[in-house]
Design a binder for this molecule. Structure first.
Ligand code: GUN
Ligand code: ZN
Length: 442
């Protein structure tokens, strides 16, 4: 008899293993219409059909009845900026003007620990109420911003990767630092937070244009000294940005080559956007086992371009989905997948629901080198999951009444779904967010 703290009954969907082509996904997918998930000490013990286990719940095990809900692994957001929560939906500009006009002024406030703490709490509630249990997060240049975020995430038991922005040029004085300061403050944060509980540190140079060669050299040095940290930055998002990088770094063969030269590519490196890559850059991402983040709502909102999913698969580059709030326009992964589908449509790529949910769960986990811990219901993984109510509006109820199978249900969820569909979010075997039933009924 197994020991377990909770037994969750409901419908379960996950992708059980990572794949190298979308064709393998159907075989790797698992749907259990009436299933039982056993948890203990924050980990998954087993997932099986209800009948087998129903009569033999061990004593002390609490049964949670989520019948009628679809339970999937917690969503993984592979690229997001927590300080930009308060400036989501800023009108009219593309990347470089948007940064100067809206982003930098807002980020200037995060020297203040109180403001950082308040916004960290708000941000993490947004993630959890949208079913996102793990994220790779940008702070600001201020160490206070990252102290506040890690501290709040630690209190919730969330698996989170974050880092302080490193930048020393082409930004307001209040947001720039010297390479030496950047090195020292980053080092202190790594020593304070990296591998504390479920927290990990990401070296976070903002992007090549705000990094001098001296700063990039400091990033290289830190990565060498702390080889198990992550590297998180932006790459090839906007055509003007790409041209600017070529002007700033004329010796390099292209944008990615700037990062590559400083040994910032690799297994735990994640590059957001990647919309205007040369063939050789895709090859370099593959050879170095680097990962990319596809941020559809941001790419459309800033008019940056269309992510090429087909090439990403063909080149064998690991990919996760990012909301990229506040250039992205939602924290919600269902809405983000719906926009990803439309980005596919514009390029004649059919993003199936199965593939979309893979990218948002196990694929994202793989991109973050966390697939040993999260992304599916395999025994031993962290008990991070989300219970989805498939029909919370008249339109959704009508449409789900017509849907024939799990694939259609999932696809309609990513087309019509949003935060109203998130019934409960569990982290490390504890329910950390639950929707207000009375509000939902209203
Ligand atoms: N490139 C450099 N900084 C940023 C940022 O804050 N958001 C986005 N979308 N791209 C960036
Ligand atoms: Zn970003």
């Amino acid at each position: 008899p197994v020991t377990c703290s909770h037994a969750i009954r409901g419908s379960f969907f996950d992708i059980t293993r990572t794949v190298s082509t979308p064709d393998e996904l159907l075989d790797a997918a698992r749907y259990i219409e009436d299933g039982l998930l056993l948890l203990n000490a924050g980990k998954i013990v087993s997932l099986s059909p209800w009948q087998e286990e129903s009569s033999q719940l061990p004593p002390g095990c609490e049964l949670v009845d989520y019948r009628g809900k679809l339970i999937v692994p917690g969503f993984v957001d592979t690229h997001i900026h927590y300080p930009q929560t308060e400036m989501i939906g800023a009108f009219g500009e593309q990347l470089l003007e948007w940064l100067n006009q809206y982003t930098f002024p807002v980020e200037s406030q995060y020297h203040c620990p109180q403001h950082s703490a308040q916004m960290s709490a708000f941000f993490l509630q947004q993630l959890l109420s949208n079913g996102t249990t793990t994220a790779l997060v940008f702070g600001t240049v201020h160490p206070e911003s990252v102290d506040a975020l890690f501290s709040a995430a630690h209190g919730l038991g969330m698996r989170l990767i974050a880092g302080k922005v490193m930048m020393d040029r082409h930004a307001p004085e209040a947001l720039t630092e010297t390479p030496e300061q950047s090195y020292r403050q980053t080092r202190e944060l790594i020593e304070r937070w990296h591998n504390v509980g479920r927290l990990s540190y990401a070296l976070t140079p903002r992007f090549a244009p705000t990094s001098s060669p001296q700063l990039l050299e400091k990033v290289r040095q830190l990565r060498q000294e702390f080889p198990d940290t992550w590297l998180h930055t932006h790459l090839s998002e906007n055509p003007q940005e790409v041209a600017w990088v070529k002007a700033l770094f004329p010796e390099n063969s292209g944008y990615l080559d700037v990062y590559h030269q400083y040994q910032l590519t690799g297994r735990r490196s994640l590059f957001a956007h990647c919309l205007h890559l040369e063939d050789e850059e895709w090859d370099c991402l593959h050879h170095t086992d680097s990962a990319v983040a596809f941020c559809p709502t941001s790419n459309l909102f800033l008019g940056s371009g269309l992510f090429d999913l087909q090439t990403c698969w063909q080149k064998g580059v690991k990919m996760g989905v990012g909301t990229d709030v506040g250039a992205g326009t939602t924290f919600n992964m269902l809405q983000t997948l719906g926009e990803a589908y439309k980005v596919g449509q514009l390029q004649r790529y059919k993003l199936s629901a199965c593939e979309a949910f893979y990218h948002a769960t196990l694929g994202g986990a793989k991109a973050l080198d966390l697939d040993r811990h999260i992304g599916s219901f395999m025994p031993g993984k962290d008990a991070d999951f989300v219970a989805i109510d498939p029909a919370v509006s008249a339109l959704q109820t009508l449409r789900h009444g017509n849907s024939r199978d799990i694939w259609e249900k999932l696809f309609v969820l990513m087309t019509l779904g949003d935060d109203r569909n998130i019934a409960a979010t569990w982290v490390e075997g504890r329910c950390v967010w639950q929707c207000d039933k009375s509000r939902q009924a209203a």
